[in-house]
Write a protein that binds this ligand. Sequence first.
Ligand code: AFD
Ligand code: MN
Length: 388
Amino acid sequence: MPLTPDQLDTLAGLAIEVPSWAYGNSGTRFKVFSTPGVPRDPFEKIDDAAQVHAFTGLAPAVSLHIPWDQVDDFDTLGSHAAARGVRIGTINSNTFQDDIYKLGSLCNPDAGVRRAAVEHHLACIDVMRATGSTDLKIWLADGTNYPGQDDLRARQDRLSEGLADIYAALDPNQRLVLEYKFFEPAFYHTDVPDWGTSLSHCLALGERATVCLDTGHHAPGTNIEFIVMQLLRLGRLGSFDFNSRFYADDDLIVGAADPFQLFRILHEVVRGGGLDAASGVVFMLDQCHNIEGKIPGQIRSVLNVQEMLARVLTIDEAALASAQASGDVLAANQVLMDAFYTDVRPQLAAWRVDRGLPADPMAAFLASGYQEQIEADRVGGVQASWGA
Ligand code: AFD
Ligand code: MN
């Protein structure tokens, strides 16, 4: 069933935040491969991110990572972004790479280290004020490597205190988004391992504390769409970090590993009102492109989200509700599968042209010469990397 004009209007509202770190070099603990043309500073990262939006119309915001994206003047960086048709989105803190955080940050047994971690987040809030960002995203690598290393409950109490200090510093228009991850880099336990822990801290903090759901942060086989439904039902889904995983937190192109899972997740987003502007749900990518082209990898990612969302919008919801109400198991499943198998690409291509965008954004970018130009221009300097 083709998309209706109303459904296309819904699709037109899709806005995806791309991560600044996706344009830098990244890799695994075995090797970080370099790529010609990689940005050397946040300004060049913004230039590359703006290409994704220019060719797809899907990526108007760029999330920053502090201190990776630290600059002397964030007003200048914000103006640079605006001049390229994008804006600064979420500010991601980083309390996982400074040596003082070896035993944790907000959960560290040392009060001085905990204070330093709070101060880092207060500095991130200053960056938010300078860039107009409204979301402070906190992912903590905090955890322990051995049983007995630390008091699990005391760590939760420390975490609660640190988060409260940070939350109290937020301006009324700002939110705290607390991201969970069931493992890594700590081996024995992680202090924010699951959506329940993140949610419990958010509920204790207040209504402007919400959960970030990174699709790569769950044990294999987890029903992620159930978590999406539940957090939307509770009004506490702040943002997604979309990516794909095969064996760990791989940060691969979203939809590449399991397009059907992305379809099911987006179905719960639509059913739960997550597409409505009032929902406040931010659709971020959190990806690293280790061996694939950086800008093409991001273009592929945002197109995957658009395509799966388009398929979701073709679901015959009336027929689905009727089959569900009557307990017709196979009919209900068939309604969903019919939508999932709907090839929306020809209609999306035509729709892009109607909106002044290239029918095939990937082909258009590859033919644009931009990549060749940055490889020729960006000689010297130090290529950006996630610094592991
Ligand atoms: C790492 C973490 C987490 C976080 C991201 C940006 O696993 O996903 O969102 O870095 O800080 O991927
Ligand atoms: Mn993430």
